[in-house]
Structures are given as C-alpha cells and as structure tokens.
Ligand binder design. Structure first.
Ligand code: ADP
Ligand code: MG
Length: 390
C-alpha cells in the first residue's frame, strides 16, 4: 500500500483530501472526530515542511440555498485549535484569490479550501469528477494524498480527479482502515458475520458477498423478520421487507447451515409501549413488533461466537436508539470485547451503537466509512483506492 511515507513531500505543496464532513447543529460542530481523524496525516506533512493544502466536501450542494449551511469555514477554528497553529482559508474553490494564497504560503502553513461541492452548483463538477476540475486542482500542488475514507467509494474530482495528475498516496487514516478491512480477505477462522439493521434491501450485496466467505452468519435486527417470514413464520407487526422475502428464502436454501436466525425476540406493541415482552419467534403475538433479539438468542449467539477468531459486524441487532432495545447489541458487543475476539464493526449505526456503549475504542476496529465500508464488505472495487494503486 502506497502511503504518504513513500512519497517525497519535503517542502512540497501537498494536496490532501480529508473528510471534514462534520455533523452540524445550530451552527455548531457536534462531533469533531473527523477533524481529529485527519490530524496525523496533516501533522506529518507539517513536520516535513510541506505547504499543506486541504480539500473536503461538507454536506450536499444542489442549489444556492445549500451554500451557506455547507460553508466549510466552520471547521477552521477547531482545526486551528487542534493543530495549535493558524489555518488559512480560501472562500473560493478556484481562481485568483485561491492561487494568490497558495503562492504566498510558507512552509508548514496549512490552507483549507472551501467545500469542494460548491463546484456541484454548476453542473456537478466535483461529484461527476469533471476532467477539467481535477486537472485544475492538481495544478495547485506537487503531490496528492487521499486521506478521506468516507468518500473512497466515490469517483470525485477531489479524489480520483486529482490523483490522475499527480504522484499520489494514501494518508494514515485510509491506511489504517484498509489494513484492518483487508484482513477480512484472509480471515483467521472460524469467521463469523453478524448482520442486523433495518432493511434487507440495503444489505443484499453484503449478504451475497459475505455468505460465501464466512463460516456462520448471525442475523438480527429488523432484517431477521424478513428471513423468518421466508421460513413461513408469522412475525406479527414486525418490520418485513416484502420484496426481499424470496431473496431470503433462496439464501436460506443455499446456505442453510451457515445462516442462523433468532429464536426469540423482545417485542412490544409500539416503541412507546413500556411493557416489552420476550416471546419465541414461533409465537409472536399478532399485534406485537419485534424490536430486539431475546435472551435465548443472545445466549445462542454467544455460544457460536465463543470459538470464533474473526468477527465482522454490520447493523445493530435491535432498535439501539432506545435504552431497552440496545440490550442485544450491548450484550453481544461486551461479550466480544471481554473475550478479546477480533471484531471489525462496519456501518454508521453499529459504530454509533458502539459509541453509545463506550465500546468503540475497545473493539479491534470500528470502521469510520459508513457507505464506503459497506461497499468494501460488498466486495466491490472502490474508485478512490484504484486511483491511487493504479
Ligand atoms: P448500519 O448503519 O450499521 O449499516 P442500518 O442503517 O442498516 O445499520 O440499520 C440501523 C437501524 O436499524 C437503526 O435505526 C435501528 O433502529 C434499526 N433496527 C434494528 N433492529 C430493528 C427492529 N427490530 N425493528 C425496527 N428497526 C430496527
Ligand atoms: Mg445506517
């Protein structure tokens, strides 16, 4: 894997694609993990006396009214604080003002360029990887580093476009993600996949890819009720993805000994109903919604996980946003952590659940990629990776 360490960046103008797509509420950054995630690479470049030029997107820009709320200058004060130095900002994504700032930059200075998606307003130039834009941005620097794992599954001008024209490599954040995720290409066995979450339709390709590689697949979340329906079980008012019952039936037929379904569920009449009851899946009462896996299922899953050497987990096993229905996810995650089973979490919600449970730093790897991680688990080639490796 070609990383920033393999390129000569001494005193060079180093373009770095970072992921500063931070969550914002009422004009304030609510979580700065993405900024902190990029620090290692930025600091390394500063140490090498580089002139550091940062690109990132923030939100989506479809119309003029999207500009103000996605103004990337919001990141400057926090980044400056974390780096303990001044951070320059260019409010334009191209043109004289930007070029002047760069021409006047001294070694070790850091410049953040306005939201790359401001370029989407005029014909989606960033998101469609318009040739001219990638070439222009590349002309501003000497080398390119891609450290934005969250967009590595997209071919945009600010990643693939620039990479095409400059000596390029991965930053430390991307290196960390790829080195962990690629362990799944050759996992120590038994290799167990845990799959939960809301919809089967979001996960079809993940299931199809992982079912061939894993030794067992443990199903939970709302997804389990589509699988149970496929077995002819009446699941009450639980969430069922009707269009994919046939898909689940085929998976169960082809991989009968691999796929494991819940035995019981913790169900209630609604999310507000305070009287949740555990019931066997064979006997879910008609007016009940299964909201979490039940005690017997938790025990069964722990038993299967006991001897596992590698676990990959996507999607929570219940409605983890509620402190009642987070229980299945909590018990299984604690079990994995306490037994030091090599576990990789992939997907926005399962990582969010790990945060809520204060287990995020205790699991072997919590992938920050969201959609990018899912595409990795689907076994797809990711454009941002190919653009550096080729
Ligand atoms: P990830 O982001 O990890 O890929 P998903 O986005 O697929 O996960 O699913 C997360 C959502 O699934 C959560 O909002 C959670 O409430 C929901 N969910 C989990 N179990 C159930 C259930 N039994 N019924 C309804 N929703 C569920
Ligand atoms: Mg999600």
């Amino acid at each position: 894997m070609k990383t920033i360490k393999d390129l000569d960046i001494n005193s060079k103008k180093v373009l770095i694609r970072v992921d500063f797509n931070v969550p914002i509420k009422d004009g304030k950054i609510t979580d700065d993990s993405r900024i902190r995630g990029a620090l290692k690479t930025i600091k390394y470049a500063i140490d090498k006396n580089a002139k550091v030029i940062l690109f990132s997107h923030l939100g989506r820009v479809k119309e003029k009214s999207d500009l103000k709320k996605n103004d990337l200058s919001i990141v400057v004060p926090r980044l400056s604080e974390l780096l303990n130095q001044k951070v320059l900002f260019s409010s334009n994504t191209r043109g004289e003002q930007l070029e002047n700032i760069i021409n006047n930059m001294k070694e070790k200075e850091v410049l953040l360029i306005q939201n790359t998606r401001y370029e989407d307003l005029d014909g989606k130039k960033e998101s469609s990887n318009e040739e001219e834009l990638g070439a222009y941005w590349a002309s501003l620097g000497d080398v390119f580093i891609n450290d934005a794992f969250g967009t590595i599954h997209r071919a945009h001008a600010s990643n693939c476009g620039i990479a095409k024209h400059l000596p390029s490599a991965f930053g430390f954040l991307v290196e960390n993600e790829l080195s962990h995720l690629s362990e799944l290409d050759n996992p120590e066995r038994p290799y167990v996949v845990i799959l939960g979450g809301a919809k089967v339709s979001d996960k079809i390709e993940v299931i199809e890819n992982l079912v061939t590689k894993a030794d067992k697949i443990l199903i939970g979340g709302a997804m389990s009720f589509t699988f149970l329906s496929a077995c002819g079980i009446n699941v009450g008012k639980s969430l069922v993805d009707n269009e994919n019952i046939e898909f689940c039936r085929r998976m169960l037929k082809d991989y009968n000994e691999k796929i494991v379904l819940p035995i019981d569920t913790n169900a209630a009449k609604s999310l507000e109903d305070e009287n949740a009851i555990e019931m066997p899946v064979s006997n879910i009462l008609p007016e009940y919604i299964g909201l979490d896996i039940g005690t017997k299922t938790i025990e069964n899953y722990k038993e299967i996980l006991k001897n596992s050497k590698t676990v990959v987990w996507n999607g929570p096993l219940g409605v983890y946003e509620s402190n009642i229905y987070i229980r299945g996810t909590k018990e299984i995650m604690e079990y994995l952590v306490n037994n030091k089973i090599k576990t990789i979490l992939g997907g926005g919600d399962i990582v969010a659940a790990a945060s809520v449970l204060n287990l995020k730093d205790k699991v072997y790897h919590a992938s920050t990629g969201g959609g990018a991680t899912l595409e990795f688990l689907e076994g797809k080639e990711l454009p941002g990776i190919i653009s550096i490796e080729k």
